[in-house]
Structures are given as C-alpha cells and as structure tokens.
Design a protein around this ligand. Structure first.
Ligand code: ATP
Ligand code: MG
Length: 403
C-alpha cells in the first residue's frame, strides 16, 4: 500500500533519504512515526533506517553526531532538523533477557524489521510513500491489535522490556493484545525482574500518562506483572481500586500526579523508599512526595494561605484534579483566590534579609537569627506582618524585647 499524503515531518526529511539513495544506500522511515502516521496521529521523532554502515552514513552528511555508534545510530543535522539514522541491524543471542550480546550490522531491511517488537512497530516507509509491511502489521492496525513480530515466546525472552512496552502500547494506542502475544507476555512476566528498573520506569510512566492507561494497567494486572515490579507485589486489588476510584475518562495531567496517586492507592507510606527503589531522580521524588503531602492535608481540611505558599499553585491544582476525578469536593477557585492573596511566593520576595536584620539589630548569625527570619516569613504569609521594612522591623523589635 501507498500513503496518499506524506505527513509534513516526513516530507521535510525526504532530502535525507535522497542523499543516502544518491550514495547507493537504501533508506526508509521506520518505527513509531510510521505507525503513528498510518493512524493519523501526531508524529514525533522521525527515525530512519539505512543499509549504510555508521561510518558510511557519516561520509554522506556534513554534520553528524555520534549518539550511539555502537548500536549503529548517527544523529544527522540537516535542513534545520535532527534525524537519528540507524544502520539495519540484527541482534545476536540475548544472554540476560535484556540486551543483545552483540549488535550485527546487516544490509537487509527485512532482517532489521524482524528484530522489532510489535507488527505495528515494524513498518518501513519508502521515499515514494510505499509502506513495507512484512508482518501483516496493516491488518493488525485495522483490527487495533498488538501482536509480537514472529514467535512471541522468543521475542519476550530475548528482551523482557517488550512485555512492559506491550502494556504501554495498549494504553497509548487503545489496542487489544493478541492472544498468543498476551500469553507469552504473561508466561514471561517474571523476567521483568531482570530488566533495569530505569527502563521499566520509563515504560510504566508512559503507560500511566497515556490516554487508555486503565486498559494498560488492566492488562498488566491480568498478566500478574505487578508481582515482579518493586513495591507492587500483592497490590492487585489496590491497583484495581486505583482505576475504579477515578472517573472513567480521568487522565493524569503529569507523571508526578500519576505516580503520587499510584502510591496513595497502594497505601504505601514509605514514599521515598518506593521512589528510590524505582530509581527516580531526586527532583521527581521531591515533587511526588510534596503532592502526596498536600493530598493528605486536603483529606481533612481546606486549603490555607500557608499551603499555597509551601506547595505552590501547580501542585495544588494537581491535588484538586485528583479529588475531582474521585468526585470529592474541590477548591479550584480558592487556589486562585489564595494565590492572589499571597504577598510573597518565596522567601527571596521578603524586602528585608538576614544581613539587614543583623545590621539593624546588632545580631550575630546563628539559630536566633534563623528563627526570627522564619517567624517573619510565616508572619508575612499569614498576613500578621506586612512585607515592608517598617512592619518587619517593628515585629523584630517586639520579639527582641520579649527576650
Ligand atoms: P513512541 O511513539 O513512544 O516513541 P516508538 O514505537 O517510536 O514509540 P521507541 O521506543 O521510540 O518506540 O522505539 C522506536 C522503534 O524501535 C519501535 O517502533 C520498534 O520498532 C523498535 N524498538 C524499540 N524498542 C524495542 C525493543 N525493546 N525491542 C524491539 N524493538 C524495539
Ligand atoms: Mg519513538
């Protein structure tokens, strides 16, 4: 079959294919962008596969960056765009269920397509719009089916991350998982323990923030894959509740929100340990922990000025969205009102700093000064002190008198 109209992202990249052709190499668009264009979805990152070896690709283009040369990937900067060009390759014996022990460059497109995970991810698109479909991906696309390329059992034992990718694509595409593919995913779910947790996190994160996340989680639970993921062992009932507690059309607006609600749903009190075992970044841990803290505050009281000051508007919105999704009372208007009321949003907004107080009151640096500054900050937030030099100095004078 032929694409009637090439999406503009591909059109823009056509000169890249042409340059490779002119140098007598084969080159195609491959991977998710071809799938997404066939589904009339927005394309992101255009990937190109070629028969040229990495060194050969580098000869064809003026501006290249070695971003993964050992896997055969060269980044090409052309026509104000960036394109990842990867040499056709096969992957030799997998010894640890996760990484090919050797990547072999080949000159055959078919060999390259064979090593891809799902039939709908294994298309190649030629420069003239011809879709090369070696594994009946087009019919799977029509039937909204996710099917492993080749023998599913082998494909998931080669690389168990594909199991997570399967749940993830069902969630992003709203596709059912073909029976034998799902059987192999289920039977090999224990291999997820062998996968680096960072890669697993990326897939579960994409799943949770996908439009059909409930479908992805349902498959994950049906395959009992949670039994092989950190802190999710024995949590099937809680994870099911996580879905039913939120309105049918509820979508997470950020990763923080999704993971926070997951942690709340499984009733995990040790938030930091959970996030550390998933090897998330410190910033991520901080955001998720804060979100959970505010969520818990909101379980038993209204928002106050100090909450807005401490957690900020974005986080407060995120918590209210979770409440709305569960049909609980919400305070979106109050967030805006309180935020407008705040005289300062950060301690740097205070007109007086520690140095000013030390000078004016002959104070030395130390705990007393720290405590005074904290009181001033809290006083301004609660509106007992104005954010003016006079008001702050008057407060400090009174405080020091009481000593
Ligand atoms: P997305 O739209 O999320 O980027 P994608 O299909 O492009 O989805 P990528 O992770 O970007 O997924 O990978 C690009 C392509 O590489 C896939 O479409 C697939 O053909 C192949 N691929 C990626 N990871 C694997 C894997 N673990 N096993 C086999 N093939 C893979
Ligand atoms: Mg991609």
């Amino acid at each position: 079959m032929k694409l009637k109209k090439m999406p503009s992202e591909f059109q823009k990249a056509l000169p890249v294919l042409k340059k490779l052709h002119d140098a007598d190499y084969e080159a195609y668009f491959v991977g998710g962008s071809v799938r997404d264009s066939l589904l009339n979805r927005q394309i992101h990152d255009v990937d190109i596969a070629t028969s040229a070896y990495p060194e050969e690709t580098k000869h064809v283009f003026h501006r290249t960056v070695d971003i993964g040369i050992e896997h055969g990937t060269v980044l090409v900067l052309e026509n104000s765009g960036e394109y990842e060009i990867t040499t056709f390759r096969t992957e030799d014996v997998y010894v640890d269920y996760r990484r090919p022990s050797k990547v072999l460059f080949v000159r055959s497109l078919e060999e390259d397509l064979k090593r891809r995970d799902f039939t709908v991810n294994a298309f190649a698109l030629a420069h003239d719009g011809t879709v090369i479909d070696k594994f009946s991906g087009l019919s799977d696309l029509d039937n909204h089916l996710l099917r492993a390329v080749g023998n599913p059992e082998e494909r998931f034992t080669e690389d168990a991350l594909r199991i997570m990718r399967g749940f993830r694509f069902s969630a992003s595409l709203n596709f059912d998982i073909e029976k034998l593919t799902f059987k192999a995913m289920t039977e090999n779910a224990d291999l997820l323990e062998k996968i680096s947790i960072e890669r697993t996190f990326i897939e579960l994160d994409k799943l949770l923030t996908a439009p059909y996340w409930k479908k992805g989680i349902s498959y994950l639970l049906e395959a009992k894959a949670n039994q092989f993921l950190p802190y999710l062992v024995g949590k099937k009932a809680f994870l099911s509740e996580m879905m039913t507690n939120l309105a049918p059309d509820f979508l997470f607006s950020s990763s923080f929100q999704a993971w926070a609600f997951l942690i709340i749903s499984i009733k995990q009190k040790e938030v930091k340990s959970f996030l550390r075992s998933w090897k998330t970044s410190n910033d991520f841990q901080k955001m998720v922990s804060q979100l959970i803290k505010l969520y818990e505050i909101r379980e038993h009281r209204s928002l106050q000025l100090k909450d807005l000051y401490q957690f900020g508007k974005a986080l407060a919105y995120s918590v209210e969205e979770l409440r709305l999704g569960q049909g609980k009372a919400v305070q979106f208007d109050r967030i805006d009102y309180l935020d407008d009321q705040l005289d300062i949003h950060h301690k740097h907004d205070i007109v007086v700093n520690g140095g000013d107080l030390m000078k004016a009151f002959k104070l030395k640096p130390g705990p007393k000064l720290g405590q005074l500054l904290k009181q001033v900050e809290e006083g301004i937030v609660s509106k007992e002190i104005k954010n003016t030099k006079e008001s702050i100095f008057a407060f400090v004078t009174e405080e020091l008198k009481c000593e």
